[in-house]
Design a protein. Structure first.
Length: 683
């Protein structure tokens, strides 16, 4: 390493008493400078993926400041007017609650149902209203900063993604197949589609095989348990403090099972540390880092007790993550070129409020400009029909020298986004990723700033006390929801936000003669997006719409179904919302919103026979203005968003029609970073 960087590292490593009182190498991860050789993704020479188990985003980070959590000002609402936060148990609504327990981060909270059928029952075709009946009341339990301070400190130090979803509505293995192969055998080849943890042996091509063929180095870091073969249960053993919990899903492919020593599939995927002989979980990883042997791409698989899979404590996982960081920062020159992704394979049964994007199964359920066939399962004797995904949001922490500073990135991602980041860096294409997923999900590059200077050193909490005090599997802790639930608020404060590429729009056209409303969807010229449409006066929704970059798609609703009126709300990425309500009985005023520069431009038209007086209410500035539009006229008004940091929430009503509402909310992207939504409800 350059001498100046070496001196800086030694200064940091011995600088203060506070530093040495903590885990020195963990703070080092935040303090060390980045490799800025090219100022691009080419500066990343090592990609490391640690996929933990079974936690939803709201369950861990619903209270975190500056993310789309419990304080979301625009949650999806149901036809009865309540938000998806209110999940009925049949007699009362259960809202998110923190279990009343000291040291909750070390509690053995119960595991919940998380299979295909119960997942789709909770999802309820996008209605999102059957979580408690399908999962149990613990689904609404959450943790907060005092419970998992290390996880929160990682988010405050590096970059947290608050629109990262698991890939599949269901269990572990299919989600990991998306992460390692781009799909779960959706086309029926090689033993697919796999909808559960069947582990029967599959034969489609995996991404590590493509890396091997392309000459890109890779490796799986794991403990072998009693052996990574059938006799050793592929690392899944009764001793939860050894092995890999069966989470190396490559071992369920016949080409890996049949591999022998000397074959790269064996040497790189079926070897590891052996805790039975006293070898440490991280010895080989650290040796490869310090010995200059860290592959270009690595995956780390934890023993069961450290995966954070309920009922194992969240903070056992914090201890494990800290040890991973200690190993990766053992050589500062290697860490300067390394990106670590920490995520979770699925949400277990824990609730998350953001309804995930999903492909329409038919024209009755929506439209898409790209093929959705590979993402829709037709059903079989044991599994209900439905979309493969996306699944619920799960935590994603991007830990690297290029993602420091406590940022939030709100682009839509899923597990295939990890492969796509690898594609961008090393040029190895994965054909199994479907056109729909490539349209809806990004490639994780938005979470980085390769041109940015280094931030000041920061401090992360010590995790020594989270090392397991024994080697026991303790009984479930089953929390009891409070008798009267209250929606929790988020921590105070904003968070710097990564720049995104979305320029979404949705326009309405009323055909009074035919009694119809048509909506036209667009995600903008730079990237695709998915939109969810719900109705306040119909029961045949919701509907899903996907538009590719530069494309539009339209659909029409006949208001005869709903008594001559319409009431539709559209949700899109990063808090985007459009709402359209009114009557189809007569032509009248219409409003269109567009992002222009750093502001929003509203265009008012009047197809009616009398002057329309429209009132615009600015939800961020609590300000009202009146616009008078003569018959046949077109007026434009620009709303200055400087005071609200390019966020807007504008509601337009009409004096001529009491039910007329147009609402436009979201964030204007201009290629520059911003801040998190100031309207998030905080404590």
């Amino acid at each position: 390493m350059p001498e100046v960087n070496r001196r800086r590292f030694l200064q940091l490593a011995g600088a203060t008493t506070a530093f040495t009182a903590l885990n020195a190498s963990i703070e080092r991860a935040a303090a060390l400078p980045a490799n800025h050789r090219t100022g691009s993704i080419e500066d990343v020479e090592h990609i490391v993926v640690l996929m933990q188990e079974n936690r939803s985003f709201d369950h861990y980070f619903g209270r975190l400041r500056g993310v789309r959590g419990f304080g979301d000002p625009r949650p999806v609402t149901r036809p009865d007017g309540t938000s998806v936060w209110h999940q009925s148990d049949g007699t009362k609504d259960v809202l998110p609650f923190r279990p009343d327990l000291d040291d909750l981060g070390l509690a053995f909270i119960q595991d919940l149902p998380h299979g295909w059928n119960d997942g789709h029952a909770a999802f309820d075709r996008g209605r999102y209203d059957k979580w408690v009946p399908s999962k149990g009341s613990t689904t609404m339990a959450y943790l907060e900063r005092r419970d998992i301070p290390f996880h929160y400190a990682l988010a405050d130090t590096f970059t947290v993604c608050d629109a990262y979803h698991c890939s599949f509505i269901g269990s572990t293995d299919p989600n990991r197949y998306y992460m390692w192969t781009g799909y779960t055998g959706n086309d029926g080849k090689g033993g697919g589609p796999v909808l559960g943890n069947d582990e029967a042996g599959y034969s489609w091509t995996t991404y590590p095989e493509r890396l091997e063929e392309a000459g890109v180095s890779w490796k799986i870091y794991q403990d072998v348990g009693d052996g990574l073969d059938a006799q050793g249960s592929w690392g899944w053993i009764p001793d939860a403090y050894r092995g890999n919990y069966g989470d190396n899903s490559l071992l369920y492919f016949t080409q890996y099972r049949n591999a022998r020593p000397g074959d790269p599939l064996y040497d790189k995927a079926r070897t590891g540390t052996d805790a039975r002989t006293g070898e440490g979980f991280f010895d080989r990883l650290k040796a490869d880092v310090t010995g200059g042997r860290l592959p270009q791409i690595s995956w780390i698989v934890a023993p069961e007790a450290f995966t954070e899979h309920p009922n194992w404590p969240a903070n056992y996982g914090a201890w494990y993550i800290a040890q991973v960081l200690e190993a990766l920062t053992a050589d500062p020159a290697v860490w300067a070129r390394t990106a670590l992704f920490i995520t979770y394979d699925e949400n277990d049964g824990f609730f998350d409020h953001l309804v995930p994007p999903f492909p329409p199964a038919s024209a009755a359920q929506g439209r898409s400009t790209v093929d959705v066939g590979p993402d829709v399962f037709a059903g079989d004797a044991g599994h209900v029909a439905g979309p493969y995904g996306l699944g619920q949001r799960v935590p994603m922490l991007v830990v690297s020298p290029w993602s420091k500073g406590g940022w939030v990135c709100s682009e839509t991602f899923d597990h295939t986004s990890i492969i796509r980041f690898m594609e961008r860096r090393f040029g190895v294409h994965e054909p199994n990723i479907s056109p729909w997923r490539r349209t809806v999900c990004g490639d994780l590059t938005a979470a980085f700033d390769f041109s940015r200077g280094d931030t000041r050193p920061v401090t992360l909490p010590d995790t020594d006390r989270y090392a397991p005090p024994d080697r026991l599997r303790h009984p479930d802790y089953v929390p009891t929801p409070p008798a009267h639930g209250v929606l929790p608020k988020q921590e105070r404060g904003l968070r710097p936000a990564r720049a995104l590429r979305y320029v979404p729009s949705v326009d309405a056209t009323v055909d009074a003669a035919a009694g119809r409303l048509t909506l036209t969807f667009a995600s903008g010229p730079h990237t695709g997006a998915a939109f969810l449409v719900t109705s306040g006066n119909r029961t045949d929704g919701p509907w899903s719409y996907t538009t590719g970059a530069g494309r539009t798609v339209s659909d029409t609703w006949n208001s005869a179904y709903s008594g001559g009126s319409y009431d539709l709300t559209v949700h899109g990425p990063n808090g985007f919302l459009r709402a359209f309500a009114g009557s189809n009985r007569a032509a009248g005023a219409e409003v269109v919103a567009r992002h222009v520069g750093d502001d929003v431009e509203l265009t008012f038209t009047n197809r009616g026979t009398r002057t329309a007086q429209l009132t615009v209410t600015d939800g961020y500035r609590d300000r009202r203005t009146t616009v008078r539009v003569r018959p046949g006229a077109v007026l434009k008004r620009v709303v200055d968003l400087a005071a609200s940091k390019r966020w807007y929430d504008l509601t337009v009503t009409s004096d001529a029609e009491s039910t007329f509402v147009r609402r436009f909310a979201g964030h204007v992207e201009n290629g520059r970073p911003g801040v998190s939504d100031p309207a998030i409800v905080t404590e």
